[in-house]
Design a binder for this molecule. Structure first.
Ligand code: SAM
Length: 244
């Protein structure tokens, strides 16, 4: 029936598509996607012929209105290049509009790199905070990390290979004493998850420049530093240090 179907797709291994995802992609009237070439390849692999409509949250209002009008009386799927839509990917504005207008929204769950990373990391997984991509500029990155210093949970970031060692250096500086884990190429042939101190990982990845996509995780502050008072003191000091 009509509405928006949020469909998760594989993050590397094409066999991670779910039965419900296949059925949905086959049955909808159109598939909204980030990149028609990437989604075209997935659909071809699944032997599905579908109308594809390019969508991103920054698309102009008219494009979004067109999609919403279609969803109001036909089923439309939203996929991203890989993984779960809306998780550091487009879709949030679309879902928000659907909810405001009473257009039904259904989620067809599947892989998301953050969840795969957390399950492999060996870091506490009872509570974690997904923080998306760190800023690429040094000061902004350190500021973002300082803001998270008081969070008593594992921190999960998406990262790119060229920026990994800079991000590790920022963690060593702003969140000293934390255990870190780097998960790479998840669900693919060269999947790896490596943990240690930021300095150990900087040494390793300087000697072996990483390739592929990365989930970077930071363990919670050690128990003795985890009291709220200590954490607040730490945050104040770090914010003061970062002031220009
Ligand atoms: N929506 C996606 C999801 O649910 O995982 C994430 C999209 S985001 C634009 C892309 C980032 O996800 C990459 O830079 C990387 O940090 C992470 N990622 C995606 N696939 C991955 C994989 N196979 N292994 C490790 N990280 C991955």
């Amino acid at each position: 029936s009509s509405g928006l179907y949020i469909v998760a797709t594989p993050i590397g291994n094409l066999r991670d598509i779910t039965l419900r995802a296949i059925e949905t992609l086959r049955d909808v009237a159109a598939v909204a996607c980030e990149d028609t070439r990437v989604t075209g390849r997935l659909l071809q692999h699944l032997d599905i012929k579908q109308r594809m409509i390019r969508y991103d949250d920054h698309a102009d209002e008219r494009a979004r209105e067109g999609l919403l009008a279609l969803m109001a009386d036909q089923p439309v799927a939203l996929v991203s290049d890989a993984g779960t839509p809306l998780v550091s990917d487009p879709g949030y504005r679309l879902v928000r509009e659907c909810r405001e207008r009473g257009i039904p929204v259904t989620s067809i769950p599947g892989p998301s790199a953050a969840i795969v990373g957390i399950t492999l990391s060996g870091l506490p997984s009872d509570k974690f905070l997904f923080a998306g991509f760190l800023p690429s500029k040094e000061k902004a990155r350190e500021h973002a990390l300082a803001e998270l210093a008081v969070v008593p949970s594992t921190l999960v970031f998406y990262e790119t290979a060229p920026r990994l060692t800079d991000a590790l250096a920022a963690i060593a500086k702003v969140l000293p004493g934390r255990e870190v884990a780097v998960a790479r190429e998840l669900t693919k042939m060269f999947e790896e998850c490596r943990s240690g101190t930021p300095d150990e990982l900087i040494d390793h990845y300087t000697a072996n420049p990483p390739r592929g996509e990365i989930v970077l995780m930071v363990g919670p502050a050690a128990a003795e530093a985890a009291s709220m008072e200590d954490a607040e003191k730490l945050l104040r000091e770090q914010l003061r240090e970062l002031k220009p």
